[in-house]
Every structure is written in C-alpha cells, then in structure tokens.
Write a protein that binds this ligand. Structure first.
Ligand code: APR
Length: 312
C-alpha cells in the first residue's frame, strides 16, 4: 500500500522547529518532532501549532510531537539537531563532550528504530558528530551524512552576490572541508553563471569574503546569542529532498571518505551526489596546491577532534 514519507526530526529546538515548518510546507512527508521528556511539551506544542498553520497555508500533513522513540520507528529520513548550540565565545569544538553523549544516545535509538533511514546530522561539532552517528548506529556510510557544506556555500554565495551587486541566484560557491574555522571556500570553483569569480572581484575583497564565510556561523552567534536556524534547516531539507526524490544533486556534504582525496575513515565536507541511494558518489575534483593544502589542514583538525572523541 502506498504511504507517505515519514520524516523524524530529533531535537525540537530552533533548527528542529524550522525543519518541521519547512518539511510541512513543502509536504515532503509526515513529520515526527522528537525531543527529550523534559521538552515533550515543546515538541507537542510546536507540532500542534504547525498542524494549525497548515489550515491557514493549505498543506495537510501529520505532525506529531513526542519524546517516545517508538513514534520515530520506520522513518525514511532522520534529521538530527539534538544537542546544545553555541553560545557567544564558544567554538563548535567546545561542544564536543556535551553533544557526544547526546549523539551516542540518538544513534543507539536510530540503530534500533530507524535502521533503514537516510540520516542527516546537523549537531555540532559536525564532522565528529556524524562520524559518531555512523559508528554507533552501524548504518551504512552512504546513509549517514552531515549537513555543513550546503550552508557554508550558501553563506559564501550571499556574500559574493552582495559584493558584486548580482542576484544570489546566479552565484555558485563551493565550500569543502570540516565545518569549522578550517573550512575551505574553494574560490577556483566559484562562478557567477559560469564566469570565474576571480575575473569579477579583486583579491582583497575575495579574501575578506573567504574569511567572513569561515566565521559565518560565529557572526550570527555573536548577534543573537545562539546559533543560526533558518538557513541550516533549509540546507538539510534540500539534502532530504535530494534523497527522497532521487534528485542526484551534487552538493557539498560531510561524507565518509574511504580513500577519496587521500583521506581514510574520516567524515569531511566533499562534493557528493545525493540520490535515492543516499550518498551515491563522492566526486573527486581537481584542487590547486593551495586548496589541497588547506583541505589537508582541515582534515587534520577534524581527525584531531575524532581522536579526542574516542577518549570521551
Ligand atoms: N534527544 C533528543 N533531543 C535532545 C537530546 C536528546 N538526547 N538532547 C538534547 N536535545 C534537544 C534539546 O532539548 C533541544 O530542544 O535538542 C534541542 C536543540 O535545540 P536548540 O537548543 O534550540 O539548538 P539548535 O539551535 O536547534 O541547534 C542544535 O545544531 O547547528 C547545531 O550547534 C548547533 O549542536 C547544535 C544543534
């Protein structure tokens, strides 16, 4: 019997709520908004508010708020935002010990209740969290992916568009590497409708945009005292749709490398084809020497974090 897709959102906080709003509005499936028992009221309240929102906006999907993992059973897509967001002055890495415990708990439940799902991790520090999710859940690597590159690239896209006075719709930016200060905005692949960015903008301005992109999350944390949620949610929904609708989109995602780019047993942001098979392919693109060196540095920082999590 045909049935609707089921989307489980683990964490009903700022990003979780926006994910639920987008998933409902775009009607990609029925939504289960999960949080810990102390926050069950929040999850149920947001779910009810969003179902009522459908009566105004004209969508009709089922949205359930819960703190019971049984309600997530059999989900097609699981998006994980469980954890603590950054406070001003904190780096994503400062979150490691707190969020590691949380991700392990979530991964154990994914293993038993959602073993056939495509899992998108958003919790920070992203690359270490997604590594842990795969390790503990035992799901195949192609069905466990981290959301970072789509967001970081979107940030860079906007900064370039504003600087050049063109629509962000025509800018293509690509940010690879770990989701932290060492991320790698790959300027050689940034274009405005195919026109290489370096022919349109001076080096100083481009360098400033690269720096602003790497600190793009922190800039928002400083302004509002917690991390961003609109663009992170949209980025994860784009990835979920690529899977659910077998779109074969080539997106920068934190994917499990088994030799690609010279990295083994490591999650890091690389261009991936996302379709019905999950991460169907990691695309190897040519990087110039400087970009490769930056990616290596970023990979080393991620590996350090993963090694640190092994001791926690
Ligand atoms: N299971 C499910 N949910 C949990 C768990 C758990 N074990 N532990 C905590 N949570 C919930 C919290 O109760 C909270 O409601 O996760 C939610 C997180 O929501 P927010 O605090 O609003 O954080 P948010 O801004 O959504 O960011 C979540 O994504 O981008 C990252 O750095 C960010 O790690 C952070 C995560």
């Amino acid at each position: 019997m045909p049935r609707r897709n089921k989307i489980a959102l683990i964490g009903a906080g700022n990003i979780g709520g926006e994910l639920a709003a987008l998933a409902a509005r775009e009607q990609i499936g029925d939504v289960v908004l999960f949080d810990i028992p102390e926050k069950e009221g929040l999850a149920k309240g947001k779910a009810l508010d969003l179902e009522q929102n459908g009566s105004v906006l004209g969508y009709d999907v089922k949205i359930t708020g819960t703190s019971n993992w049984d309600d997530c059973a059999g989900s097609d897509v699981v998006i994980v935002t469980a954890g603590v967001p950054r406070k001003p002055g904190m780096s994503r890495d400062d979150l490691l010990s707190i969020n590691l415990k949380i991700i392990r708990n979530v991964a154990e439940n994914v293993k038993t209740k959602c073993k056939d799902a495509f899992v998108i991790v958003i919790s920070n520090p992203l690359d270490a969290m997604v590594f842990e999710m795969k390790k503990v859940s035992g799901l195949p690597a192609k069905r466990v992916v981290g959301m970072a590159g789509v967001l970081d690239s979107a940030r860079m896209t906007l900064f370039l568009a504003r600087e050049l006075g063109v629509s962000s719709k025509d800018v293509r930016a690509m940010v690879l590497g770990g989701h932290g200060d060492t991320m790698v905005p790959v300027t050689s692949y940034c274009t405005v409708n195919g026109v290489p960015i370096k022919t349109l903008i001076g080096k100083d301005k481009l360098d400033a945009i690269v720096t602003r992109t790497a600190g793009g999350g922190g800039e928002i944390v400083k302004l509002m005292g917690t991390s961003a949620y609109y663009a992170p949610a949209s980025a994860a929904i784009a990835m979920a749709k690529a899977y659910l609708y077998d779109e074969k989109r080539m997106l920068p995602c934190a994917a499990y490398c088994e030799g690609e780019y010279g990295y083994k047993d490591l999650y890091i942001g690389v261009p991936c084809v996302i379709g019905g098979g999950g991460v169907e392919k990691i695309v190897s693109i040519e990087l110039n020497a400087e970009e490769k060196a930056q990616l290596d540095k970023s990979a080393a920082a991620v590996r350090e974090l993963v090694e640190a999590s092994k001791k926690l």
